[in-house]
Design a protein around this ligand. Structure first.
Ligand code: ATR
Length: 279
């Protein structure tokens, strides 16, 4: 009997990744015979691990921290959105051979906001916290949703200014430091800093939100992230983490690999139950 097509997520660390859980459910739901595992590779071993995986017949990889920029360098061809992001979270074998690099993170965020949370970005004032790789990956899709304003705030202001230079052709974009945040509350605040991962919070003035603001953390954890807790403490009714984005970006990758779009809602529910226990 032929072996199922092989896929994996490669990162460091990667043992806590939920991607195998998600893709196993997508595969079962769509009747696609495939296996999906994790590969732990330190940065120095990344190129070799990728080459070995594909040489042994692997069909596709998801790329996670800290390898997304390295994956963009390694791909033979980039989709326009991966080119814009300068980062790749999905590698696929091209029909003509060689590797195609895509980035489904931004599309995952856009789908999660629109379909799972019914949040519209068009015409809204948006504050983006952070100017690292995660922020870079979602900027173009966010600007594509046509907010009236997109302000990037970063601890190292220079990095935020660099992103403005790079993405200003796509829409209204400005950069400030945390101590320059003033004026009226934002409609949507997205946390793309790595602070949550360390259990930390950026130095956020309370005035950036009111009860009608929506707060979104790209990070997720078993409990509420520090940013989601911060939002709730300030009376924000709608504060969510990035679990939905995780499932949606996975669905985009699955679609690229298999040509089939899985149902995400049922898998998101299963993931929430797995992570937090059934209500
Ligand atoms: P990633 O790929 O996860 O975005 P990164 O490129 O290292 O990782 O960027 C991390 C982001 O989180 C940066 O915007 C960083 O701010 P600096 O550019 O000033 O370093 C931000 N960050 C990390 N810890 C933070 C903290 N405790 N408070 C505020 N910002 C933080």
């Amino acid at each position: 009997m032929s072996q199922p097509d092989r896929y994996a997520v490669i990162g460091h660390p990667v043992s806590h990744s939920r991607s195998p859980f998600i893709h196993a459910r997508f595969a079962a739901q769509t009747g696609q015979p495939l296996s999906y595992t994790t590969i732990d590779a330190k940065p120095a071993a990344f190129d070799h691990a990728v080459a070995e995986f594909f040489a042994q017949g692997g069909k596709g990889l998801n790329i996670t921290v800290p390898h997304k920029e390295a994956a963009a360098r390694l791909a033979d061809e980039l989709t326009p959105r991966a080119q814009r992001a300068g980062a790749v979270n999905t590698l696929a074998v091209r029909k003509s051979g060689g590797l195609l690099g895509d980035n489904t993170d931004g599309a995952g965020l856009a789908r999660d906001l629109a379909n799972n949370h019914r949040v519209s970005v068009a015409g809204r004032r948006v504050l983006l916290l952070g100017a690292g790789g995660a922020a870079r990956g979602i900027l173009a899709p966010l600007l594509g949703l046509q907010p009236s304003q997109l302000l990037i705030v970063n601890r190292t202001v220079q990095r935020a200014h660099e992103l403005v230079q790079e993405f200003r052709d796509l829409g209204q974009l400005q950069a400030v430091g945390y101590d320059q945040l003033n004026g009226s509350p934002f409609d949507l605040v997205i946390n793309a800093t790595a602070a949550s991962l360390a259990g930390e919070l950026p130095a956020l003035p309370a005035r950036i939100v009111n009860k009608d603001s929506i707060c979104y953390d790209l990070a997720y954890a078993r409990e509420d992230t520090p940013f989601v807790q911060w939002a709730h403490q300030r009376g924000v009714a709608r504060a969510m983490d990035g679990l939905g984005m995780l499932v949606e970006q996975a669905a985009e990758s699955f679609h690229l690999w298999r040509g089939v779009r899985p149902d995400t809602a049922s898998v998101l529910s299963a993931l929430v139950a797995e992570l937090r226990g059934s209500p």
